[in-house]
Design a binder for this molecule. Sequence first.
Ligand code: NAP
Length: 251
Amino acid sequence: MNNNATPPKGVILITGASSGVGEAVARSMVELIKSAADQSGGHELVLLGRSAQKLTELQAELRGDMSPVTAYAGDITDVGYLGSVLSPIIAMGKRLSVVVHCAGMGRFGKHDEVKLGDIDEMIATNILGTAVLLQSVIPVMKEARAGHLVVVTSDVARRPLEEGAIYSASKYAQSSMVASIRKEVQPFGIRVSEVLPGLIDTNFHAEPAGSPAHHDWLQPTDVAWWIQAVVCAPQHVVVDEVMIHPLSQRY
Ligand SMILES: NC(=O)c1ccc[n+]([C@@H]2O[C@H](COP(=O)([O-])OP(=O)(O)OC[C@H]3O[C@@H](n4cnc5c(N)ncnc54)[C@H](OP(=O)(O)O)[C@@H]3O)[C@@H](O)[C@H]2O)c1
């Protein structure tokens, strides 16, 4: 990546930052900001997730002199929570430059065996959560006539997964939401990018991150590298979609 590339100045809000891809994105943004040629400041990270403890630990680790890091624990489907995250940003006249949406979950199995509660949770988190998040942040970016929305969907948004009917449906829904919104917000100078990864070694799966079964999968840092590239593209460029897989994955 271009050594001089930096994310646009302002607040970089990352959902799902307590684990996996979102956590790797948070770390990579801080590294990028620290190593940038321009050290005049102006970047701020806002980390979202449900686990308050993990967020607090990450916040303490990443907090730097030049780039403040704040963290808010809550559920992405809660409009009130998102409002309380955005209120101080709006009140202090800060620019919301980038939103990287990584929060998501999946439950897998034969469709006639998947629990109704799991179906509800996938629809609520992946579809409703994305809709509510985007609805909350778009007005702030529209007002500024600038901003970048990056949504992590999945490769299953293009090829439905066997024993993953509702998860695949939720990712198709996220993907079409993103494509539709890209058209709506383009006149306001807002970029919208979709990142569609294949298998990633995170706690998303039945076996935890680092399990031998994941040894040749994408690392969260691989996905974060591409998200950096998307966010650091020149301002007149919008990367619509990036699909990445581990070389070992058959699809
Ligand atoms: N891992 C893969 O193989 C893979 C492949 C393709 C796409 N993806 C997608 O990549 C994204 C990131 O997943 P990951 O692999 O990084 O999984 P992960 O390690 O399990 O992380 C998921 C993150 O989402 C947060 N989250 C889940 N439900 C939430 C809710 N209701 N409200 C707020 N935050 C919530 C979690 O917060 P807490 O932990 O604090 O609850 C966690 O930070 C997801 O959208 C997933 O669908 C994953």
